[in-house]
Design a protein around this ligand. Structure first.
Ligand code: ADP
Length: 349
């Protein structure tokens, strides 16, 4: 609202409205006096004088009261108009300050909510454009380079097949990267998870193990699961991203013939999910960094990935009211632990 009074247009509207309401009341007062004057003979001179004075005083009081009400109402509407014009000009940081009990409080509150939403959509868009344009370049240059080589011709059939495979792999990588960036932007700009529903964690995790069977089976990895039947009230589709990411990482970083153990237990007020592997492990100094977006340890650069999986997991766990942590001993594998709050039985059903 700074600058509200600087605008001569705002001043003109307020003053004009106040003057208009004052003139209407003055008109009513004059009309009442004329009627009293016509009835003067019937009322008698003293009653006529008294009634005239009362009408004038009432008109004066009413005009002051109405002028103040109109003045306040127009000023409040102007506050909203001023805010909306800032939004229309692209300034989504616009906020309307108001006191508790203000008659317009609900409107202002919704306005502030709307600008909050607009800010978060804007930051999501900026974030997406920035990271996407940054990360997309490498696979795109690679696709372009190999496509140009194919166009130039003169390659053996074997080379052609090899380059086509690279193009196909890079295109696949781009697709996965786009999905991850979109998902991360989405969850980072969310304040709460989506639709909550009763979720059988044990069934969900078993399902994810089955979905990834081709990957762990082809590496002859043994998967051992010990899952207590636990139901929580949460967003199953989002949490599935966590199970898939943790299991995929465990499979990716575990050598042929290794072992992965998955457990689900009730501990105090939490459901605790652990994914242990017998993979390469993570150096102690790297553990705080692995949940950062795009972080990949130097060894991990030899494997497929984009460094967004754990950042997504962390945000989803936080949104679900829980946490995620990692412990590891290089050479002896890693353990990722997710803790999610249990809900009251009544809530779950
Ligand atoms: P990505 O797997 O695509 O590289 P993530 O965000 O899922 O990205 O993981 C970030 C990094 O954390 C990995 O690059 C790797 O260095 C490390 N990491 C994650 N899970 C494991 C694991 N189970 N064993 C060893 N290192 C891991």
């Amino acid at each position: 609202m700074k600058g509200f009074w600087k605008s001569s247009k705002n001043k003109f509207i307020l003053m004009g409205t106040a003057l208009f309401s004052f003139l209407i009341l003055l008109g009513f007062a004059v009309l009442s006096l004329v009627i009293l004057y016509i009835l003067k003979n019937k009322l008698g001179v003293s009653l006529y004088s008294l009634a005239s004075i009362v009408v004038l005083i009432l008109a004066l009081i009413l005009s002051v009261v109405i002028t103040i009400i109109v003045f306040v109402a127009v000023r409040k509407a102007q506050k909203l108009i001023f805010g909306l014009s800032r939004v229309a000009a692209g300034d989504y940081s616009a906020k309307i300050t108001y006191r508790r009990g203000d008659v317009f409080a609900r409107v202002y509150k919704n306005f502030n909510k709307m600008t909050d939403e607009l800010c978060s959509v804007k930051s999501m868009r900026d974030d997406f454009v920035h990271t996407f344009s940054h990360e997309i370049k490498t696979p795109l240059f690679s696709i372009q380079g190999f496509a140009n080589l194919l166009l130039e011709g003169g390659l053996s059939e074997e080379e052609e097949q090899k380059f086509l495979k690279i193009i196909s792999d890079e295109a696949g990588r781009l697709g996965t990267l786009a999905d991850s960036i979109l998902l991360l932007s989405k969850v980072e700009n969310q304040q709460v998870l989506g639709e909550k529903a009763p979720l059988k964690l044990d069934c969900e995790i078993t399902d994810c193990i089955i979905v990834l069977e081709r990957q762990w089976d082809s590496k002859h990895i043994e998967i051992d699961s010990d899952l207590e039947p636990i139901t929580i009230n949460s967003d199953g589709a989002m949490l599935r991203q966590v199970w898939i990411n943790l299991l995929s990482n465990a499979i990716k970083f575990t050598p042929e013939g290794g072992k992965i153990s998955v457990s689900l237990k009730r501990e105090k007020d939490n459901a605790v999910i652990c994914v242990r592997d017998t993979g390469c492990g993570i150096p102690k100094e790297d553990i705080p960094k692995i949940f950062d977006r795009y972080y990949r340890s130097p060894d991990a650069k030899l494997t497929e990935g984009n460094g967004l999986g754990l950042a997504i997991c962390k945000r989803i766990c936080t949104l679900a009211g829980g946490s995620i942590s990692a412990e590891s001993e290089p050479g002896n594998g890693s353990t990722f632990t997710v803790e999610l709050p249990l809900v009251e039985e009544d809530d779950a059903f």
